[in-house]
Design a protein around this ligand. Sequence first.
Ligand code: GLY
Length: 419
Amino acid sequence: MKVIFRVPILLLSIFGGYALAQKKNVGYADQRMLKTIDSSVKHSANQYRFLKSITPVDRFPKTYEKESSITSTARNWTSGFYPGTLAYLYEYTKDQQLLDEAESKLRFLKSQKDNTDTHDLGFMMYCSFGNVYRITKKEEYKDVLIQSAKSLAGRYNSKVGSIQSWNRIKALDGSEYWDFPVIIDNMMNLELLFFASKITGDQSFKNIAAKHAETAMKNHVRPDYSSYHVVTYNPETGMVNSRKTYQGFADNSTWARGQGWGIYGFTMVYRETGDKRFLKTAQGMADFFLNHKNLPEDKIPYWDFNAGQTGFPSSWNYDTAKYPVIPRDASAGALVASALIELSGYTNREKGKQYLKAAEMMIKSLSSPAYTAPANKNGGFLLMHSVGNLTKDREVDVPLSYADYYYAEALLRYKTLLK
Ligand code: GLY
């Protein structure tokens, strides 16, 4: 009885809407994970103190390549992850300097609330301001989040039933322009809209988010629950023009991080809407990922499930000789670990146990020296071996700020299941 009453209250205070839905999986958690999680968080907090010491005040850590730190301005889609990771690590350690550093970055990030040029505002603002607001409850952060949601909602097209991801862009192979591209990643930006609906009482944010998810479910998810990265639309008629890739191996392949964005995104949309179709989609996508014959034993995927295979004609110049060993993508592993912890709370017992076991394996793999960088190495990032954009030959086998963010989130999510 004690556990049944105490745990949800604790979770509620930490994760708000996320925690409310977490009930069943508490009973499946493996108490032995505590040791791994405690030592990984301790190491992570130290590593981020080091990252803070080498990061210019007005810049945002992005990656570390060829022994150089790569940072960005607030405008980059990855800018919210560093403050978000600091917020998670603060939550665990209560080290005030981590929260202070997160808040100092928000001062530079705030201007992005009016950025209507990108769909990435969910990543940029919810992962940063959203987490810091959850901890501090400062009104000014709430206002930034509401304005960010308005900017994001402005990209919604009711004919298509989707938020536009990128502005008009040339296809990867240069053969055409895409007027209204939507990427599976966009599922992740919807959480900002659900938040805005709850905090303002304005249902239009939630309606837009739910409709976007419904359209993505119809057009991005294949019958076997794998996923297309990009779907392009005619913005006047709302019809699908094409199904493509921009960051994956081939149009009909399954880009691992895209599949991960889908698993995480549909799980979150189910939490926010209670619509079982989204749960079915999240489970189907998770099962595709976990049962795939090309998923390595440590459950950290290759950057694309079909990389280098025949039957997946690549429309860009994939150089097999350049990648004799297919790179892994730890960022996909980290975000799927986090998503599976949540998903395990919504399914039947058998599935829930299976999802949580898989998340445990992923956390253990990521926390091992195979992926976790030694202290003060790896440019201060936590995880090694992610792939940003291999099709453009950028950020291959490197650390990435978003891999760290979802890893820290997975550690915290698992921790809340433990006594
Ligand atoms: N949203 C961009 C990426 O996943 O690389």
